[in-house]
Write a protein that binds this ligand. Structure first.
Ligand code: PHE
Length: 347
């Protein structure tokens, strides 16, 4: 017969084992496993009951009571341990997942408009501020609108100025937005004040020319329109686009549909007009062609040239974008290279 004292020390050692073995544990999962090892049916606490038969019958009740006490104690012990552990785990999670609300956030990238679109919008903004309305023509154009009505009949030498893509003897990809002038004048009576942006096409391809590019045509027809009006409007435009100090100058030129014709130069915005590599030391940069609408063109559209006069200008949008943003190859505007495009944002 094992005496009760010996059994009591067994009970005490199980209790001690629970304490020492649990003291090394750091998470609730391990505690749960340990709890099972001691308190499951075949666990180490339950196993103590095996000794019952070795106990003197008079002391069995006492023994049973002590084992039960151990069980109750162990249940509470594990419960409270579990709770402590959970609290610690939560604290750890809180610590790890702490959010520093003062930290700078990730910059969210937003796209920007293509430089050609930016310049186009800027030009539209400037000119609509002066009362221009937008007229968009078509890219496929009748030979008559692209050339003949613009005082450039077949065999006219000026046709060589623009290498044309012919779709058929009659239709071309328009070489200039000037064709819009004819459509508008055929359909509207003066006063006319329109702006016509759009794509144009020429068989021309080098660092400053592309087979497809964009122009913005301006046309004003009214009584008493002169070159002075042209220069006044262009002054406003160049100051807005290239900066307040920019000046304009008109140089005689030739276009079949304007008489007189001019090239418009702006004072070099890189050197302020002193002369630098950018303006090839001339102090001036050519930006557009313009002139007083040729009487013949007005007549072709049924407008009396003795009563009305007009001014017209054609701006190359890519050219303005290249000048404004310092791009030296027009291809960069069509390659969609984000490294280039990301640098150009005026908005
Ligand atoms: N259409 C001309 C060109 O493409 C530009 C221009 C437009 C010139 C209007 C005079 C008047 O070169």
């Amino acid at each position: 017969m094992t005496n009760l004292e010996e059994l009591q020390s067994r009970i005490a050692s199980v209790r001690k084992a629970i304490q020492t073995e649990s003291s090394q544990l750091t998470d609730t999962k391990k505690i749960y496993e340990l709890r099972k090892a001691f308190l499951d049916k075949s666990g180490r606490v339950g196993q103590l009951m095996k000794y019952m038969k070795e106990v003197d019958p008079s002391q069995r009740a006492d023994f049973g009571k002590r084992v039960n006490e151990l069980k109750t104690w162990a249940l509470e012990y594990f419960d409270s341990l579990d709770e402590q552990m959970r609290r610690k785990e939560l604290e750890r999670v809180y610590e790890q997942e702490k959010i520093d609300v003062t930290m700078p956030s990730h910059r969210r990238r937003i796209g920007n408009l293509h430089p050609v679109t930016q310049v186009r919008s800027q030009l539209i903004e400037v000119f609509s501020g002066m009362g221009f309305e937008i007229y968009e023509g078509t890219e496929v154009e009748n030979d008559y609108y692209n050339f003949t009505a613009l005082n450039t009949p077949k065999d006219h030498p000026a046709r060589d100025m623009q290498d044309t893509f012919y779709l058929s003897p009659e239709f071309v990809l328009r070489t200039q937005t000037s064709s819009a002038q004819i459509h508008v004048m055929e359909n509207e009576k003066p006063p006319i004040k329109i702006l016509s942006p759009g794509k144009v096409f020429r068989s021309d391809d080098d660092a400053t020319h592309s087979p497809m590019f964009s122009q913005m045509e301006g046309l004003v027809v009214d009584k008493g329109i002169t070159l002075g009006d042209l220069q006044g409007m262009l002054d406003v435009f160049v100051k807005k686009v290239f900066g307040q100090e920019t000046r304009t100058r008109l140089r005689p030129s030739y276009f079949p549909f304007t008489e007189p014709s001019v090239e418009v130069d702006v004072s070099c915005f890189a050197c302020g007009g002193k002369g630098c590599p950018f303006c090839k030391n001339t102090g001036w940069i050519e930006v557009l062609g313009a002139g007083i609408v040729n009487r013949r063109v007005l007549e072709n559209c049924g407008i009396d040239p003795d009563l009305y006069s007009g001014l017209a200008f054609g701006i190359g949008i890519e050219r303005v974008a290249m000048l404004k943003y310092g791009i030296n190859n027009i291809k960069q505007l069509f390659e969609s290279d984000l490294r280039v495009l990301n640098q150009i944002n005026d908005r």
